[in-house]
Ligand binder design. Structure first.
Ligand code: 13P
Ligand code: SF4
Length: 347
């Protein structure tokens, strides 16, 4: 039963003590989050992994790229485990390393040495390694402005992987006009742009988050009509027109802080992942909170981590036969760390 499973997780946590660390992303289910030693957005979880020198086992409740990042940032004796290997990220899968290297070759022919690559942390370790090797850095939604500003100070133009929306929204906030942004289509292996090439400042990889793309301008119009007093707050992984028509936009951490900091009686429609929206609704009964998309938007891969998978991975540790270990190759890790450190030094 659920109660038996919960009791067993508690018991294992008690027995392993500080040897075990369970980070949990805000998009995880409550049945998992209740056992997390730390809950955070992707930047906070990366920072906590880098700081933790004590835990032997890091059971990462999040998705594959986050567990890879934790492995890269922790020491060799620390083992990172993902409770279900199917917990991937469709956005991270949209930038494959072979496509990226091919794209880079072509972009070099077009623009010479004037480009620096940046990648959202929602990318594979191989992409982070590519970016690190080429002088670039990772970014998260919490520090994207800072990092894009830094990169545009380093070089004349940037290649932003793999989320076109976060890249476009961030660059637009920094004053880059849409006419200075081009899109790289990895399937056709070509640049989509119809202006003067010299003008291009930001090249957006054509990837997206299938969860945040479900929020639409129609959803916004419906809220404006039915709840004119509601503030609309969305994650910058949403499309440009959704962000432009909202009242506020920012990272997971920003959204939580805005809700927590608002006075009793405030009303919000939130455009981000379902588990977080549901938790905000539950934790703030004094506020009127709804999902911007009434059908809610779950991240199916985040949801693959559930109580049975968490317990299974902990039992395997107890049997001294840990499974689902995430180990990034040393040669990939070596360059990926440059990209992550350039970010962490500025985060
Ligand atoms: P943040 O935690 O950086 O807000 O990222 C959101 C997300 O989509 C994680 O997969
Ligand atoms: Fe990937 Fe989007 Fe899910 Fe985050 S919410 S893990 S970006 S698919």
């Amino acid at each position: 039963s659920t109660e038996e499973m919960e009791n067993r997780v508690r018991e294992i946590k008690r027995q392993l003590g500080k040897k075990l660390f369970i980070p949990g992303h805000h998009y995880q289910k409550d049945e998992v989050i209740q056992f997390a030693d730390a809950v955070g957005d992707s930047l906070q979880l990366a920072q906590l992994s880098a700081e933790n020198k004590e835990a032997e086992f890091i059971v990462f409740c999040g998705v594959h790229f986050m567990a890879e990042t934790a492995d890269i940032l922790t020491e060799d004796h620390q083992v990172v485990i993902l409770p279900d290997m199917r917990a991937g990220c469709s956005m991270a899968d949209m930038a494959d390393i072979y496509q990226t290297e091919k794209a880079w070759g072509k972009l070099m022919e077009m623009f010479g040495d004037s480009i620096i690559p940046l990648t959202y942390v929602n990318s594979t370790a191989a992409i982070k390694s590519f970016v690190g090797k080429n002088g670039g850095a990772t970014v998260t939604s919490s520090n994207a402005h800072k990092m894009v500003e830094w990169a545009l100070g380093e070089k004349q133009r940037i290649l932003f992987l793999p989320d076109q929306h976060l890249g476009r929204n961030t660059a637009a906030d920094l004053g880059v006009s849409l006419s200075e942004m081009a899109v790289w289509d990895p399937i056709r292996n070509e640049l989509i742009y119809d202006g003067d090439m010299e003008e291009v400042k930001v090249i957006l990889w054509k990837g997206h988050c299938s969860v945040h793309e479900n929020f639409t301008v129609k959803n916004i119009e419906d809220i404006r009509e039915n709840h004119p007093d509601m503030k609309i707050i969305v994650h910058p992984e949403c499309r440009r027109e959704v962000v432009e028509n909202s009242d506020l936009n920012g990272s997971t951490k920003y959204i939580i802080e805005m809700i927590e900091g608002s006075p009793s009686g405030s009303a919000f429609a939130i455009g981000t992942e379902m588990n977080l929206v549901k938790r905000l609704i539950k934790d703030h009964p004094d506020k009127q909170i709804v999902s911007l998309n009434p059908y809610m938007c779950p991240c199916l891969t985040m949801n693959r981590i559930d109580l049975p998978h968490l317990l299974w991975s902990l039992e395997k540790i107890m049997e001294q036969n840990p499974e689902n270990i995430i180990k990034v190759d040393a040669d990939v890790s070596k360059n990926a760390i440059f990209a992550l450190e350039r970010m962490l030094a500025r985060a």
